[in-house]
Design a protein around this ligand. Structure first.
Ligand SMILES: Nc1ncnc2c1ncn2[C@@H]1O[C@H](COP(=O)(O)OP(=O)(O)OP(=O)(O)O)[C@@H](O)[C@H]1O
Length: 502
C-alpha cells in the first residue's frame, strides 16, 4: 500500500468514500467537543437517518491532515463489531460552513472533512452524570469490544467514560480511535508512553515503558469498572508523579512478587516510592461484591503481565454469577446525554444558581438580618455501594500525539502529546478540571531532578508487599473486611467460551 507523503492524506489508504458533501446532512445539535474537533448530531436529509458527524480539526493546514484522524479512519475501516462504533463514511465540505445555528464558522470557512458515525444516544460519562440515574451492575459488563480489538491487534489507548458510547437499547460501543494503533504481539516496536488520559493510565506507561500491549487498555478498564461501582473516579492524580503515587497507595508499591520487572522500567529510579505500601484494593473497595472485587484485583494488577486479558475478564465469575447481565433491551430509555451536553447543562445550572443566590442575598440584605449559618457538623451524604452516579470531576486530558499531523514533530521528546489548541504546556499543566500538573514544563520525566517523591515520607521499597495476583496464584490478602468478603481472592475462573469474532 502506498504511504502518504508528509503532510498529505493518502486517499488510497482511506475508505473509498469522501465523494459526498456534508450538505447531505442537516446539523441538529453539537454533542461533543473533542481534542480533534466538534461532534454534531445530524440528520441525513434524504433518508432521515440520524448520525454523528465528527468534524476533523484542521487548525494548522501546513501540517496537513491530522495523523490521529488518519489512524482513526484506517483502524475503524478494519474493525467491524457490534461493540465498536461504526464509521459509515467520510464527507467533505468545500465552501463556508455554518454551525447548527447557521452562524458562519469564522476563519475555518475553507471547508472541512467529517467522519460520519452511527449515532449513539449517550456516552458513559454523560449517562452516569444524569441526576437520579443509578447504574445497575449488569449495565456495565462489556469487555467484548475490547477483546475484539485486541485479537485484531489494535490497542485503543484512550479508554475512558466519554469514549464509551451507549445507545438506548443498552448496547455499548467503543469510540474515539484517535490514539489507537496496531501492535505486534512480540512487542518489537517502540510505542509512545504518552497516551491514555491520566486517571486511566497504567503504571508501566507512567514509568516510561515503550514496549507494551493490550494490558494498558485493561488497566483503564479496571479504573472504569471500579469507578462505576464506586461512584467516582478512583485514581484522580493531578500530575504523573501524583498519579503513580495514588496507584501505589491503592495497589501497593512494586516489589519482587507483585511486579518482578517493575524496577527495570525506564523511569523507575526517578519515580520509585520511598516507602513500602501494601495493596489495599480489597480494603478500600470492601463494599463491592466479592466477584467484582476478584475481577478488579486482576484488572488492576501492577504488573502488566499479571493483568488479566479482556477474554479472561469476560470469563470471570462476576459475569456468570447472579445477577446475570440483563437483556440490554430491557434497560430504561433515557433522553440522549453526552459529556459535552451534561457539562454545558451543569454550567448553566450553576450560573442560574449563582444569579438566584445573588438576588436572594440582595433581597435578604434589604429586608432581613440573617443569623449566621448553623453548621450541624453532619457530613454531606456520601455515595457508597454499587449504584451511584459518577461524579462530575474531569480527568486531565490524555497524552498523545500533539502534533498529530504528518510532517513536523515538535514538543517534548518521548512522544508528542494531545492537547487542545491553546494549551501548549503539555500534560503537566493541562487539565480539564482546572487541576494543575506537577511539572512546570519540559520533558517528562524531568531531566536532572530529584525523585519527585523525596520528602513525602516514603522509605525505600522492600521486597515485602502484596502477594502475587493473576498468573502467580490467588492473592492472599491478610485482611478480611467487615462485610465478610473472603480475604483470599478466587482468581479469574476461565471458561472456554467464545467472545466476539476472532
Ligand atoms: N457516534 C457517536 N454518537 C454520539 N455521540 C458521539 C459519537 N462519537 C462521539 N460522540 C460524542 O462526542 C464526544 C467526543 O468524541 P470523540 O471522543 O470521538 O472526539 P475526540 O475529539 O477524539 O475527543 P477526546 O478529546 O475526548 O478524545 C464523545 O465523548 C461523545 O460524547
Amino acid at each position: 500500500m502506498a504511504s502518504a507523503a508528509a503532510g498529505q492524506i493518502n486517499t488510497e489508504e482511506l475508505p473509498s468514500w469522501g465523494s459526498r458533501s456534508v450538505d447531505c446532512f442537516e446539523k441538529l445539535e453539537q454533542i461533543g467537543e473533542g481534542t480533534y474537533g466538534q461532534v454534531f448530531m445530524a440528520r441525513e436529509t434524504r433518508t432521515g437517518e440520524i448520525v454523528a458527524l465528527k468534524k476533523i480539526r484542521m487548525d494548522n493546514e501546513k501540517e496537513g491532515f491530522p495523523i490521529t484522524a488518519i489512524r482513526e479512519i484506517k483502524i475503524l475501516k478494519r474493525l467491524h463489531h457490534e461493540n465498536v462504533v461504526k464509521l459509515k463514511e467520510i464527507v467533505t465540505s468545500t465552501g463556508p460552513e455554518g454551525d447548527e445555528q447557521g452562524n458562519q464558522d469564522g476563519n475555518k470557512s475553507k471547508g472541512g472533512i467529517y467522519m460520519v458515525f452511527e449515532y449513539m444516544d449517550h456516552d458513559l460519562t454523560g449517562l452516569a452524570d444524569r441526576p437520579g440515574l443509578r447504574f445497575t451492575v449488569p449495565q456495565i459488563k462489556l469487555l467484548t469490544g475490547l477483546h475484539y480489538c485486541h485479537v485484531n491487534q489494535v490497542l485503543h489507548r484512550d479508554i475512558k467514560g466519554s469514549n464509551l458510547l451507549i445507545d438506548n437499547e443498552g448496547k455499548l460501543k467503543l469510540a474515539d480511535f484517535g490514539l489507537a494503533r496496531s501492535f505486534c504481539s512480540n512487542h518489537e516496536g517502540n510505542l509512545t508512553n504518552r497516551v491514555i488520559t491520566l486517571w486511566y493510565r497504567p503504571p508501566e506507561l507512567l514509568l516510561g515503558a515503550t514496549k507494551y500491549g493490550p494490558a494498558v487498555d485493561i488497566w483503564s478498564v479496571g479504573c472504569i469498572f471500579a469507578e462505576l461501582l464506586h461512584g467516582k473516579p478512583i485514581l484522580q492524580g493531578r500530575s504523573e508523579p501524583d498519579q503513580l503515587n495514588k496507584i501505589f497507595e491503592l495497589c501497593g508499591s512494586p516489589d519482587e512478587i507483585n511486579w518482578p520487572d517493575g524496577s527495570k522500567s525506564p523511569w523507575y529510579n526517578n519515580f520509585k516510592p520511598t516507602r513500602t505500601m501494601k495493596r489495599r484494593v480489597r480494603e478500600i473497595f470492601r463494599h463491592f461484591d466479592s466477584h467484582a472485587l476478584d475481577l478488579l484485583d486482576h484488572l488492576l494488577a501492577l504488573d502488566p503481565s499479571q493483568r488479566c486479558t479482556a477474554k479472561q475478564a469476560l470469563d470471570a465469575e462476576y459475569f456468570w454469577a447472579d445477577p446475570l447481565p440483563c437483556d440490554p433491551k430491557s434497560l430504561p430509555k433515557y433522553e440522549s446525554s453526552h459529556e459535552f451536553q451534561t457539562k454545558k447543562k451543569k454550567q448553566q445550572r450553576r450560573q442560574t444558581e449563582e444569579i438566584t443566590k445573588g438576588s436572594k442575598s440582595q433581597h435578604y440584605h434589604k429586608h432581613y438580618r440573617l443569623p449566621p449559618i448553623q453548621h450541624t457538623g453532619q457530613a454531606p451524604p456520601q455515595w457508597y455501594g454499587p449504584n451511584h452516579p459518577i461524579n462530575d470531576a474531569q480527568p486531565p486530558l490524555s497524552a498523545g500525539p500533539s502534533h498529530h499531523h504528518y510532517g513536523k514533530l515538535h514538543g517534548p521528546p518521548g512522544g508528542p502529546s494531545r492537547y487542545p489548541p491553546g494549551n501548549q504546556g503539555g500534560p503537566y499543566h493541562l487539565n480539564r478540571g482546572g487541576q494543575v500538573g506537577g511539572y512546570s514544563g519540559g520533558p517528562y520525566p524531568p531531566q536532572g531532578r530529584a525523585p519527585p517523591y523525596a520528602g513525602s515520607g516514603m522509605a525505600a521499597p522492600s521486597s515485602r508487599g502484596a502477594p502475587g495476583v493473576y498468573g502467580v496464584g490467588p492473592p492472599n490478602y491478610s485482611q478480611t473486611n467487615q462485610y465478610g468478603i473472603p480475604a483470599a481472592g478466587r482468581g479469574v475462573n476461565i471458561r472456554n467460551q467464545q467472545y466476539g469474532r476472532q
